[in-house]
Design a protein around this ligand. Structure first.
Ligand code: ZN
Length: 371
């Protein structure tokens, strides 16, 4: 009798348990086992000899002198009459080769040209729904801030003073958060919605009073690699502290991982084969204004290994042949060149972790794009 290929006996108990826990659909395992030739798989580890309709060998799971380990090409099972070891090709890779269940499945699927589908766990689905809600809220806020820019002569004046054209402001989606405490109520009638706090747009103050995090600030939306708005950087206009305020860490935003401007710069980075890492949003925008479109900014003062891996592989690969540069400009006079050197050195060492021959270059202060 041919046992059900998904039964615990067929997979081996450990494999069955792993299959249950993993998010690989069970019917895929059946399809996979229908395509794989177990004789070929086992023969790579334990040379098999034909014996009638089956194949046999000395058992790899117990010590013996005469073969009691058999592999059936028609049933696609192995079985040992000596120790009772029994299972499918997936089970064999786990029990004999020590592979984890998903790993064994991946390996076999690759061999027969199948792609492993995955189903989401309830927890994963919940997380995805949460982040979808947060990004929906952030996008609505970005549109609102952008619309408000037109109504603020002060914000427009600030951008003009920095040499920015309206076209550049539109390209980067730059906006303005007004000085009101609950301006976002105009976009979100349910101002008490928890998603506003989760998105980092609204702060729960003392006494349950809620208010907008960003007020009287020029707003720079921060995008992820897919172009979704995941946070904001706000530059104060009224001289309030801090001068630059970022979104807090949220389900979709992590300062240490994101690079401002990367989504827009991606193609240019690939074309140029290099990336320029600068310190602030305005540097990125100002450089783009001057035709240097392959620059990005860190969202704090230091770079992290995640930043180096976040840049497009094209830039990193070509960099390996000598072109990638990670220059850095001192953007604040008080920080001066030493800061620049430090940041650049860090960038080099992190980039080195990704590829060995990245080179960083500090540009002279006179060439700073935005002092
Ligand atoms: Zn055995």
């Amino acid at each position: 009798m041919r046992p059900d290929p998904e039964s615990p006996a067929a997979l081996g108990a450990a494999a069955a348990q792993a299959a249950f826990k993993s998010m690989i659909p069970h019917d895929f395992i059946s399809t996979l086992l229908g395509r794989v030739d177990i004789v070929e798989v086992i023969d790579r580890y334990v040379p098999l000899k034909k014996a009638g309709a089956n194949y046999q060998a000395c058992c790899p799971f117990h010590s013996e002198k005469t073969p009691s380990f058999t592999v059936s090409p028609t049933k696609q099972f192995y079985h040992c009459f000596g120790c009772g070891a029994h299972g499918t090709a997936v089970g064999f890779l786990m029990e004999h080769a020590g592979k984890a269940f998903p790993e064994a499945v991946e390996e076999l699927a690759r061999e027969v040209g199948l792609e492993v589908p995955r189903v989401e766990s309830a927890g994963e689905k919940e997380r995805r729904d949460d982040t979808a809600e947060v990004t929906r809220v952030l996008l609505a806020a970005a549109k609102f801030y952008r619309a408000k820019l037109k109504d603020s002569p002060r914000a427009i004046e600030y951008l003009k003073r920095r040499g920015l054209t309206g076209e550049m402001a539109a390209r980067f989606g730059i906006g303005y958060a007004t000085d009101a405490w609950q301006a976002l109520e105009a976009v979100f009638p349910d101002y008490g919605d928890a998603a506003l706090v989760e998105a980092g747009l609204v702060i729960n103050g003392d006494g349950g009073k809620r208010y907008d995090r960003f007020r009287d600030r020029v707003m720079f939306p921060i995008h992820d690699s897919r172009g979704r708005v995941i946070g904001f950087g706000g530059r104060t206009l009224g001289g309030g502290d801090p001068k630059y305020l970022n979104s807090p860490e949220t389900a979709v935003f992590s300062k240490g991982r994101e690079l401002y401007g990367l989504f827009l710069a991606r193609d240019a980075i690939r074309d140029a084969g290099m990336v320029v890492v600068v310190e602030g949003y305005m540097d990125v925008v100002a450089l783009a204004q001057h035709g240097i479109e392959y620059s990005v900014a860190t969202l704090g003062t230091s770079t992290t290994p995640a930043h180096a891996t976040a840049t497009p592989p094209a830039a990193r690969q070509r960099g390996a042949r000598s072109k990638t540069r990670f220059p850095c400009w001192p953007t604040a006079r008080t920080r001066g060149f030493s800061f620049c050197r430090t940041a650049t050195t860090r960038t080099i060492s992190y980039a080195s972790a990704v590829e060995s021959s990245s080179r960083a270059r500090s540009l002279p202060r006179s060439r700073s794009p935005n002092t």
